[in-house]
Each structure stands twice: as C-alpha cells, then as structure tokens.
Design a protein around this ligand. Structure first.
Ligand SMILES: NC(=O)c1ccc[n+]([C@@H]2O[C@H](COP(=O)([O-])OP(=O)(O)OC[C@H]3O[C@@H](n4cnc5c(N)ncnc54)[C@H](OP(=O)(O)O)[C@@H]3O)[C@@H](O)[C@H]2O)c1
Length: 167
C-alpha cells in the first residue's frame, strides 16, 4: 500500500493524485515475486479507469477481485472471490504460497480482521491529507506488529515492512 504520512490511501473522491508513480512500480516489483495479487472490487473498478496504466499492465499469473457479488465474472488471469478466506483458498488451490493484498481500505480491514495478513508493506509519501480514505477502514480489530525493515526508496519515499504478530 502507498499512503500519505497520516495514513490516507486516496482522497475522499477516490483519486490518488498525491501518490507518485514510484508506488505503482514498487507494487509491480512485489507482484513479480509473488505472482498473485488480491484487491477489493472498488479498487479494481477505480484503477481499471485510470488513463495511464491499470491492473492489466501488471504481470501476474493470478489477479483476485473480492466481491460479495456471486455473479461477478472476470476474464483470466482475473478471478472473483466472495470473501478473504475464499481468495486465499483460491490462491492455495492454484499452488501460490503467498499473495500481495493491495487494498483498498475495506478489504484491508476484512483481511486483517480475519487474521489473513502476515506482513504489511507500506510506502509513505511526503503528503498529509486532511480528509480521505484511510489505509484500514474503521472496524473492530486491534493488531500488534514488529518492525522488520525501513528503507528510503527515493529521496521522498520511505518503505516500511512490518510482520503481524500472530499470538
Ligand atoms: N494508495 C494505495 O496503495 C491504494 C491501494 C488500493 C486502493 N486504493 C484506493 O482505495 C479506494 C477503494 O477502497 P474502498 O475501501 O472504497 O474499496 P475496496 O476495499 O477496494 O473494495 C470494497 C469492496 O470489496 C468487496 N469486499 C470488501 N470486503 C469484503 C468481504 N469481507 N467479503 C466480500 N467482499 C468484500 C465489496 O465488493 P462488492 O461491493 O462488490 O460486494 C466491497 O464493496 C480507491 O479510491 C482506490 O484508489 C489505494
């Protein structure tokens, strides 16, 4: 995920103008390692309308879109799943050992509430946004993490990696 210093992943209207292209490249690199990514249905629809690039440009063997809509049909390598657990089961059934969950806010909270996030990787942009969509939608959970790594990936962007404590 890429966020402002105060944890916003998009403006209230859903645009990500305060985020740089570096994050898209960084996401593409991570997906190369894992081969599979998972997104919420709203993120899928938002990003597919972007003018310059979208999820079709990311090389991955499996691209899972999570939605409650059981009739959602997508062309491969996109595949619909009906819950976070269903998404993970579908990835495992296709022999993936790991996957990148890349938002948005609602699906991030659904996954962390279900204990399905092992590691959190965040690019912090040099912006503070007064209102917007938070990296985790408000929900009833509390998790503790351990800092794994913090790297300055450009002059302005820090990438931080945390392991989610499972106990
Ligand atoms: N900065 C970043 O790194 C980054 C990354 C990704 C997204 N974003 C931004 O985040 C925004 C979208 O976030 P969002 O919170 O509005 O939407 P979202 O999390 O992308 O998608 C929400 C949708 O996912 C499905 N969903 C969520 N939880 C589910 C569950 N437990 N079971 C089944 N389906 C579930 C539902 O789809 P249905 O309504 O179809 O049932 C729900 O409406 C966009 O503006 C996007 O640009 C930013």
């Amino acid at each position: 995920m890429a966020m402002s210093l105060n944890g916003m992943i998009a403006s209230k209207s859903g645009n990500e103008d305060f985020l740089s292209d570096t994050n898209w490249k960084s996401f593409g690199e991570l997906v190369k390692k894992h081969g599979c990514f998972i997104i919420g249905r709203k993120t899928y629809e938002t990003v597919q309308k972007w003018p310059d690039y979208n999820f079709n440009d990311i090389k991955a063997r499996l691209k899972i879109v999570v939605s409650n809509d059981k009739d959602l049909k997508l062309a491969p390598p996109f595949l619909a799943a009906n819950s976070p657990k269903d998404a993970i089961e579908k990835a495992i059934a296709m022999n993936f050992e790991s996957a990148i969950l890349t938002g948005g806010s609602t699906i991030n909270s659904a996954f962390i509430s279900a204990n399905l996030i092992d590691e959190v990787i965040i690019n912090i942009e040099p912006a503070i946004i007064g209102s917007g969509i938070s990296i985790f939608a408000e929900s009833d959970f509390e998790k503790r993490l351990s800092l794994d790594e913090a790297v300055r990936i450009t002059d302005d962007i820090m990438q931080i990696k945390y392991k989610v404590n499972k106990n």
